[in-house]
Design a protein. Structure first.
Lengths: 240, 268
């Protein structure tokens, strides 16, 4: 028992600090990817609902492919292809090659994956808004940007939150996949700590507890947000 | 009759095949042809047998873990929907833990954690299980099975709870035993309810199988990594891999959709 505490202590003889740095990176990537996914999702949902036939077909291809191919394969493909493409563009334009940081690449890749799921969630949520609200806003002469900001986004939020909450939890867990491409986040930190100290069970269980706490805390916060977004609407129990 | 059906089919096809779609399909074809001609595929003859073995192993892992996971999910769902507290609480805790931690971590916990624990006990090393416990695939199958059971257990809980009370009361009024009610009434109806989500979960499970490559099980993902290492090609094996997974997903969705269509749709 004393040995476990010693191993997990946050100061250097223990590896707790390493795990916490890993956790910080995991949360950073998850938050960045989730945010990027939201932006892609809103654009994608608008494209699918109001776009021309070509845009709609291309978005259908995007969401279908991303949802049919394992995240791990997409991460490898986008990680190599993305950095390669950017560097080739830069050299073609006469600039120096750059090293893309793991953080940016991880956020971009996971965000691209999240965007596909988010598109579907947002599309459903926008469709769930009573049509009259959007028509009324148009009748007031609101510009599309104002309509999006004042009517569509706030009105779809209660419908989108359950799906988005799920996506956030998936994002936190998908960051673990970046360990396979060698990005230093919680799972890779755990594996390194376990490999050095040979205390595999201790460290993997500790990381499991950390992930679980992250999920449970997220659930609490999401519950609060949902309560606030649904204010003024009948509670879920009554609605059923 | 047949003529009418053909006309309707042709009309549907022409509706789907609008001019912009033809252009998009032509562009996609051009991209595929460009990939076939300008990328290197000369490694294919050398590795395709290995790839077939890899695909077979992926499918095998998928089938075994989905079946075992579902068998485990039924008692998990039942315990949560109708069990007494001392059964419902552990089942709920199991589902929460499985769904709250990354699968990769669970897999590594089992493989490295348990794998480092077992050799310390001589009686395990002398038992008949040792030849299996020394390999990687039992850990992969175990982790994927538990993961599927965790996610599907939650689905089955909802499905069991969603079966109308009247059905169960009627069965009891007929004098059926509790086991018979479960077998004839409760489980089939819960299964029908869970089937649409089961399709999605199966596809998600397929997308989780490449993780076993990280513990040295040679599935199709590991084969593609091997090709990348020995030929120094980055894109070709990965693109082909993505195509293979898309094909498997397509077949799965199609096949499970067929099964779903055979189920009576008026339930409850």
């Amino acid at each position: 028992m004393a040995r476990i505490i010693e191993l997990l202590s946050p100061t250097p003889p223990g590896w707790g600090g390493t795990l916490l740095v890993g956790l910080l990176h995991s949360v950073e990537i998850a938050a960045g990817a989730f945010g990027l996914g939201l932006v892609i999702g809103i654009c994608g949902a608008y494209g699918k609902l109001y776009g021309g036939p070509v845009v709609r077909d291309l978005l259908a291809v995007y969401t279908t492919i991303v949802r049919a191919v394992p995240e791990l394969v997409l991460i490898l493909l986008l990680y190599y292809a993305g950095t390669d493409l950017i560097n080739q563009l830069l050299t073609a334009m006469g600039y120096q090659r750059i090293d893309i940081s793991g953080l940016v690449a991880g956020i971009a890749v996971l965000g691209f994956v999240q965007g596909a799921y988010s598109t579907e969630v947002m599309r459903g949520a926008i469709l769930a808004i009573p049509q009259g609200q959007i028509e009324a806003a148009r009748a007031y002469g609101m510009s599309p940007g104002l309509l999006l900001r004042r009517i569509t986004l706030p009105a779809m939020l209660p419908f989108a939150i359950p799906g988005l909450a799920n996506l956030w939890l998936i994002a936190t867990k998908d960051t673990a996949l970046l360990a396979v491409v060698g990005f230093f986040e919680l799972t890779l930190a755990t594996r390194q700590a376990a490999g050095v100290t040979k205390a595999y069970l201790t460290f993997f269980l500790a990381a499991g507890v950390i992930y679980l706490l992250l999920t449970l805390v997220s659930n609490l916060i999401i519950g609060r947000i949902e309560l606030r977004a649904r204010r003024g609407m009948p509670s879920l129990k009554e609605a059923r | 009759m047949a003529g009418e059906a053909i006309i309707i089919n042709v009309a549907r096809a022409s509706l789907w095949l609008q001019p912009h779609r033809i252009v998009l399909i032509l562009i996609a074809l051009a991209l595929v042809l460009a990939a076939a001609f300008f990328m290197r595929w000369d490694w294919l003859p050398q590795y395709y047998e290995m790839a077939l073995v890899g695909i077979w192993r992926t499918l095998w892992i998928l089938a075994v873990t989905c079946t075992l996971g579902f068998l485990l999910a039924v008692p998990l769902g039942l315990a949560q929907a109708a069990g007494p507290f001392w059964l419902a609480a552990p089942a709920k805790a199991f589902c929460t833990v499985i769904r709250g931690t990354p699968l990769l971590l669970q897999l590594w916990l089992l493989y490295y954690g348990l794998g480092s624990l077992f050799p310390q006990y001589p009686w395990i090393r002398e038992s008949w299980m040792w030849p299996y416990l020394r390999q990687a695939w039992p850990y992969g199958v175990l982790a994927l099975t538990l993961s599927f059971a965790g996610y599907e257990g939650e689905v089955m809980r909802g499905a069991f709870a969603g079966v109308p009370k009247g059905q169960l009361e009627a069965a009891r009024a007929f004098g059926m035993s509790r086991w018979k009610i479960l077998r004839r009434i409760w489980l089939p109806q819960a299964f029908y309810r869970a089937l649409p989500t089961l399709t999605g979960e199966t596809v998600l499970q397929l997308k989780s199988t490449p993780l076993v490559a990280t513990i040295s099980v040679i599935d199709i993902f590991a084969v593609s990594s091997k090709v990348r290492q020995s030929t120094f090609l980055t894109y070709e094996p990965l693109l082909l891999l993505a195509l293979i997974y898309m094909a498997i997903t397509g077949i799965l969705v199609f096949a499970l959709g067929k099964i779903e269509a055979r189920i009576p749709n008026k339930i409850g």
